[in-house]
Design a protein around this ligand. Structure first.
Ligand code: CAA
Length: 259
């Protein structure tokens, strides 16, 4: 069987392509298990990487959701366990120490939209469509869609999208704040790559701390302002900080080493 998640590294960027195009890249158990190994068990070695891009195979779908064909025979206990596993994997993506960008090349529905929302940034092709249609199956989103969508689009729009189950197009997703950028389909991976390269010109330790500090603003278990104040202080001890300030004074580009 071909890999259901293809991995390729170029320019120190890892691209993960969800590869089940005939099933519109629906997230089956094998794909979720692999994502767990990559992000929760930390198989991805971040030390040599600038970022991760997640995309879907083919031109039609990013990911059309969890694999509905695996839902027959679900009971409350199995379904809760499935949901917990999804939460754990997507939380690991959200907390990943290097930028993770969703390059959304088509349908991003249900678990696919939820995976995109767990990524730090989202770039969509102009053909992409978004939705959380779980209520049409008599379910609710199970991979943290009810939790992340309101933080991105606001409670009113989250209710509108989840209660209707309807899809929105890429321009609407941009106007809602669900995606950061929309580009022509053919340019999607090039633009996603350029974005990671642009971000990676900044201090890697600062990027890592910024991801955590912004996350802390939404995590009720963490004192967000306290985290930011501590991280701000801690970063001044790094060589990257000294290099950044020296480069500014010397009117040259900084060369960061992540130390
Ligand atoms: N799971 C399993 N198979 C899927 C799938 C999914 N989520 N989405 C599409 N497929 C399969 C179809 O069954 C079909 O396979 P067969 O040819 O073997 O029947 C193939 O992909 C192509 O799909 P369609 O023929 O339906 O393509 P279309 O262009 O007519 O429609 C679509 C496209 C509107 C995206 C439609 O496929 C669709 O509505 N898919 C389901 C979307 C959905 O409900 N997602 C939410 C899943 S539940 C979830 O994600 C829960 C959670 O929060 C974790």
């Amino acid at each position: 069987m071909t890999d259901q998640i293809q991995q390729a590294v170029s320019n120190h960027i890892l691209t993960l392509t969800i590869n089940r195009p005939k099933a519109l890249n629906a997230l089956n158990t094998a794909i979720m298990d692999r994502l767990q190994i990559l992000f929760v068990d930390k198989e991805i070695d971040v030390t040599s990487l600038k970022g991760v891009i997640i995309t879907g195979s083919g031109e039609k779908a990013f990911i059309a959701g969890a694999d509905i064909k695996e839902f027959t025979g679900l009971d409350a206990s199995i379904a809760s366990t499935l949901s917990r596993k999804g939460h754990q994997i997507f939380r690991a993506i959200e907390c990943f120490p290097i930028p993770v960008i969703a390059a959304i090349n088509g349908f991003a529905l249900g678990g696919g939209c939820e995976l995109a929302m767990a990524c730090h940034l989202r770039i969509a092709s102009d053909t992409a469509r978004f939705g959380l249609p779980e209520v049409s199956l008599g379910l609710i989103p199970g991979y943290a869609g009810t939790q992340r969508l309101p933080t991105l689009v606001g409670k009113g729009r989250a209710l509108e999208m989840i209660l209707s189950g309807k899809m929105i197009d890429a321009r609407t997703a941009l106007s809602f704040g669900l995606v950061n950028k929309v580009v022509p389909q053919d340019d999607l991976l090039v633009k996603a790559t350029e974005w990671v390269m642009e971000i990676s010109g900044n201090g890697p330790l600062a990027i890592q701390q910024a991801i955590q500090a912004i996350d802390a603003a939404y995590d009720q278990q963490i004192d967000g302002p306290e985290f930011e104040m501590e991280a701000f202080g801690h970063l001044t001890n790094t060589q990257d900080f000294k290099e950044g300030v020296t480069a500014f004074v010397e009117k040259r580009k900084p060369s960061f080493e992540g130390k």
